[in-house]
Design a protein around this ligand. Structure first.
Ligand code: FCA
Length: 329
């Protein structure tokens, strides 16, 4: 059985190799590698990149790269298939030097999307063109939205605390939560009432596991503001409040992304603690990075060193309009 599989796999690889050998000259091929292929944000990016390829005449191979091994084998496979480059959101930004070395060795051009790679010294690798959201600014918008909504609901400071689900190892996450924190402090929110919940993974499970012990340790707090790197994490923390029977009207969670997970939440018949999301166009991120890379490969036009994109508040009230405005699926 194993041997049959191996032969079938080998034949498939050989067939792809042959096809690409004759077509790569006229039709460029790029990879679109994402750390969490199951998340709505990354599904949209890959889809938009593929659509740009169909319109402009290049092929896009979407690959999930959840760990270091997957990143390296994806890069090797792309080179073997005759691809000329890739867009990547890496599972760990500290893989920067390894990714640069492997791409250089194989003669592949690449750009990063969303998460900017770090060098051995922890500094951003400036030589890799990057497109991502304006993390600090969007974080500030998250914080201001939390404060506005808290005031609108008439919550009092003495009953309210904020839950900051953090990933301080990932610079874009840190910048987002730092931005939100600064907006809270500027509005006079008491720093000692902001509780940290460090997360291990930037998904719903990561948010849930991080939030549960912190919320449980503070039964004296009745009203919670919640913020984090993205919608998935905030949703995980909101699920944790539900598990602890904290009423939804006493929870204001504001995430970032504005993709499928947010629409599903806003579509529920009863409002939950997930109040809003700073929506960013994942369609634009996927499309623009793919086009930038394609032009670099085709005409030698190097993409801008850094492009930062903006966010728009999406809530239960306006999510369909914002989704349309941002060209989201
Ligand atoms: C990071 C997050 C994603 C998304 C993206 C723009 O990669 O993990 O959810 O927010 O930045």
């Amino acid at each position: 059985m194993k041997i049959v599989h191996a032969i079938a796999a080998w034949t498939a690889v050989a067939a792809v190799g042959v096809l690409c050998g004759c077509s790569s000259g006229d039709r460029p091929k790029i990879g679109f590698l994402v750390k969490m292929p199951e998340q709505g944000w990354f599904i949209n990016e890959q889809k938009a990149a593929a659509e740009a390829g169909r319109q402009m005449g290049f092929d896009v191979v979407g690959i999930g790269v959840q760990d270091r091994e997957k990143v390296l084998s994806a890069i090797d496979n792309l080179a073997a298939q005759g691809a000329q480059g890739f867009v990547i959101c890496a599972p760990d930004v500290r893989l920067g030097p390894v990714i640069v070395a492997r791409a250089n060795a194989l003669g592949l051009k690449f750009v990063t999307v969303d998460d900017q790679l770090q060098g051995p010294d922890g500094a951003v690798i400036q030589s890799v063109p990057h497109l991502g959201l304006s993390a600090t600014k969007i974080g500030i918008q998250v914080g201001s939205t939390l404060i506005q909504e808290m005031r609108r609901r008439g919550w009092i400071a003495a009953e309210t605390a904020a839950l900051r689900v953090s990933d301080n190892e990932l610079p874009t996450a840190r910048a987002r939560t730092d931005g939100a924190t600064s907006a809270l402090l500027t509005a006079g929110f008491d720093a000692s009432r902001i509780y940290d919940a460090p997360q291990r993974t930037t998904d719903t499970e990561g948010g849930f596991s991080a939030a549960t012990p912190v919320l449980s340790m503070h039964p004296e707090i009745s009203h919670w503001l919640i913020f984090a790197i993205n919608d998935e994490t905030v949703l995980g923390a909101v699920r944790a409040t539900e598990q602890l029977r904290i009423p939804a009207q006493y929870v204001i969670g504001v995430g970032i992304n504005g993709a499928a997970e947010a629409y599903a939440e806003f579509s529920k018949s009863t409002p939950t603690g997930f109040y809003g999301s700073m929506a960013v166009s994942s369609t634009m991120h996927g499309r623009q990075t793919a086009i930038n890379l394609y032009r670099w490969i085709k005409n030698g036009a190097r993409p801008p060193a850094v492009t930062e994109t903006a966010g728009t508040l999406m809530t239960r009230e306006n999510w369909r309009e914002v989704k349309m405005q941002l060209g989201l699926d």
